[in-house]
Write a protein that binds this ligand. Structure first.
Ligand SMILES: NC(=O)c1ccc[n+]([C@@H]2O[C@H](COP(=O)([O-])OP(=O)(O)OC[C@H]3O[C@@H](n4cnc5c(N)ncnc54)[C@H](OP(=O)(O)O)[C@@H]3O)[C@@H](O)[C@H]2O)c1
Length: 266
């Protein structure tokens, strides 16, 4: 692999890359030289993104820069396939994991649609925990056999400001991000001593497909967005993630809260 770009020689595994923040992160990390394993359930979307990245940023050692692993990111089989794809296609263990796949849900514990609770908890909590566990095991083995100070190694997790402050309009979703907040800190304490950085990114309002998927009333949400405008774009989050993962291995920017400047709460 070329050694000129800050992330050359690293493979990023990104879950939920067919839209929004995941897609922007994939483009940004590829622009800095990373090879990429893309995941989401909509296979045609990630295939298109893979083509776009390869057209824009070229191949890696003559091989396509991107490999796609469609599927549910909270299933063990998809996680195994994503991690294995890095080994099979690029010949190395991925040392840049972005646990991004997630979804929102309108309403509180009293008002949200209970039919959607299990699926949200599976994606937002269990999926992240399983990915940390499986990637973490591989990374511990990797770090045991290399000089960690020479190899920045990252697990980056998408939390939310509503995982730190109670959301006035989506507190059931918020409780999954409180869980992710504690998972990230727990994993940081466990993996950090082996030179593995576990970073939590907590965005406030980012305009993406998230709002529609969560079932927010578009008129009510437009008013919230107008109040805080301009709200964040997925690229604003991608820039911060690139900043974190391009730090020297001995420097860990572990928690980043990113808000539109005019958003006072949550
Ligand atoms: N937008 C915000 O305001 C905001 C704020 C704070 C935090 N976040 C967090 O940031 C992350 C990304 O959100 P976003 O704004 O980019 O939302 P988005 O535009 O709706 O994108 C979500 C992505 O996750 C994927 N996804 C959802 N469930 C999945 C599953 N079970 N397996 C695999 N992929 C799955 C979706 O693709 P498929 O449907 O193709 O699978 C899509 O690519 C989420 O964790 C979200 O909670 C968002």
């Amino acid at each position: 692999m070329s050694t000129q770009s800050p992330l050359s020689g690293r493979v990023a595994v990104i879950t939920g890359a067919s839209a929004g923040i995941g897609q922007a992160v994939a483009l940004d990390l590829a622009s800095k030289g990373a090879a990429i394993v893309l995941n989401a359930r909509r296979a045609e979307r990630i295939d298109e993104l893979a083509q776009r990245i390869t057209d824009q940023y070229g191949t890696v050692d003559g091989k396509p820069r991107v490999i796609c692993v469609p599927g549910d990111a909270s299933d063990d089989s998809t996680i195994d396939a994503m991690l294995q794809a890095s080994q099979d296609h690029f010949g190395i263990t991925s040392d840049l994991i972005v646990a991004n796949a997630g979804r929102g849900l309108d309403g509180s514990v009293m008002t949200s649609d209970t039919e959607q609770w299990e699926s949200m908890l599976k994606t937002n909590i269990l999926g992240v925990a399983r990915l940390i566990r499986k990637a973490g095991m591989q990374l511990l083995e990797l770090q045991a056999n290399r000089e960690w100070t020479k190899h920045p190694t990252d697990i980056v997790i998408l939390g939310s400001t509503v995982g730190r402050h109670i959301s006035p309009f989506s507190s059931m979703y918020g409780c999954t991000k409180f869980a992710v907040n504690s998972l990230a800190e727990a994993a940081r304490r466990e993996l950090g001593p082996s030179g593995i950085r576990v970073s939590l990114i907590e965005p406030a309002i980012v305009k993406s497909e998230f709002q529609e998927m969560a079932g927010y009333d578009p008129n009510a949400f437009d008013k919230v967005m107008a109040k805080f405008a301009p709200v964040l774009a997925p690229e604003d989050i991608a820039r911060s993630i690139s900043f974190i993962v391009t730090q020297p291995a001995s420097v860990h920017v572990c928690d980043v809260v990113i808000r539109p400047t005019r958003q006072d709460y949550p």
